[in-house]
Design a protein around this ligand. Structure first.
Ligand code: UDP
Ligand code: MG
Length: 311
């Protein structure tokens, strides 16, 4: 029996891009020697996304739809696609054609060669703007310094995995504060890399604001490294040394010039110490928030309806 590829596409308010995405992707998938299923995850869109998906899944039985009860985020959408997928290989893609479907034949060839993880690495990201590109490369540098897991710089949410890799991710990586791209780096197996040029979003606008990306990056760093938690030890040592130095200086200047003016020094020290303290409290607070999310064990996503899945 021939093999099947599952293509998982997360969609949040993508009514403007979806038809074009479907036509371009299906055209390429139809030419492959693998069968396919095209799984669209509607992440609680408020626009006409579901209507388009209803139409597509009515006309084409290979189009399958998982529709969430509300917006749960891109990460939740990807794991839902993985949970429902049944192919011998799984590809995650964005709905805006920034992940060019032209690479699907090459991806399938790599899967046939026995690779379990195929990282799609961006060589260029025209549409992102200098700040997003700079922030993204800073993020990858920082996380590679802080974490034991080695991240491919410029990795994206465009990647492919074999069935056995997908099963490992599906069964063992059920964290609530999630970063699938990181888990993909974490599982090992035979790995390959394909370089690609990220296109420009075909229609609609980016759903990721800078604020959202900052919060996401902070959580991800904390999920993959405990070093920030140990910040207090280093900061405490540093502040201690500074305190001793200040003490020696104070005694010295007191002996030489009589009583020194301690007002400015006191203010500086208080500001410094409090900023260090608040930073540490904030870091610990964020770890507690992540822990709390795991402890509550709420669902990663809730499905409202599905289309074209058997049973
Ligand atoms: N997306 C999603 N849920 C969200 C936000 C985004 O499923 O809450 C999807 C979105 O529809 C797109 C993909 O995730 O297919 C990437 O989002 P986007 O293109 O807005 O991000 P960017 O490419 O600008 O980083
Ligand atoms: Mg995009």
């Amino acid at each position: 029996m021939g093999k099947t590829i599952s293509v998982v596409v997360s969609c949040y308010n993508e009514e403007l891009a979806l038809n074009q995405f479907y036509h371009e992707t299906a055209r390429i998938l139809n030419k492959l020697n693998w069968d396919y299923e095209l799984i669209f995850v509607n992440d609680g869109s408020q626009d006409g996304t579901m209507k388009i998906l209803d139409d597509l899944s009515g006309k084409d039985k290979k189009v399958k739809v998982i529709s969430f009860s509300r917006n749960f985020g891109h990460e939740a959408a990807m794991i839902a696609g993985l949970d429902y997928s049944s192919g011998d290989g799984i590809v995650c893609m964005d709905a805006d054609l920034q992940h060019p479907p032209q690479y699907l034949p090459e991806i399938v060839r790599k899967l046939e060669d026995g690779y379990d993880v195929i990282n799609m690495v961006r060589t260029k990201n025209e549409s992102a703007g200098w700040f997003k590109n700079f922030a993204s490369s800073a993020f990858y540098h920082l996380i590679n310094v802080l974490s034991d897991v080695k991240f491919e710089p410029n990795a994206s949410d465009f990647f492919a995995i074999s069935r056995r890799a997908g099963d490992v991710l599906r069964d063992n990586y059920r964290e609530k504060v999630r970063f699938l791209r990181g888990y993909v780096q974490n599982i090992g197996f035979n790995r390959a890399t394909i370089e690609y040029e990220a296109g420009v979003r075909v229609a609609g606008e980016s759903k990721y604001s800078i604020k959202k990306l900052m919060a996401f990056s902070l959580n991800t760093i904390m999920c993959f490294s405990n070093l920030p938690l140990k910040l207090g030890i280093y900061a405490g040592c540093g502040a201690g040394i500074l305190g001793i130095a200040m003490m020696i200086y104070t005694i010295w200047s007191w002996a030489r010039v009589g009583t020194p003016n301690g007002y400015a020094t006191t203010i500086v020290l208080i500001c410094f110490m409090f900023s260090v303290l608040f930073l540490i409290v904030g870091v610990i607070g964020n770890y507690i928030a992540i822990l709390f999310a795991e402890l509550k064990d709420r669902p990663i996503y809730i499905v409202g309806e599905t289309k074209n899945f058997l049973e």
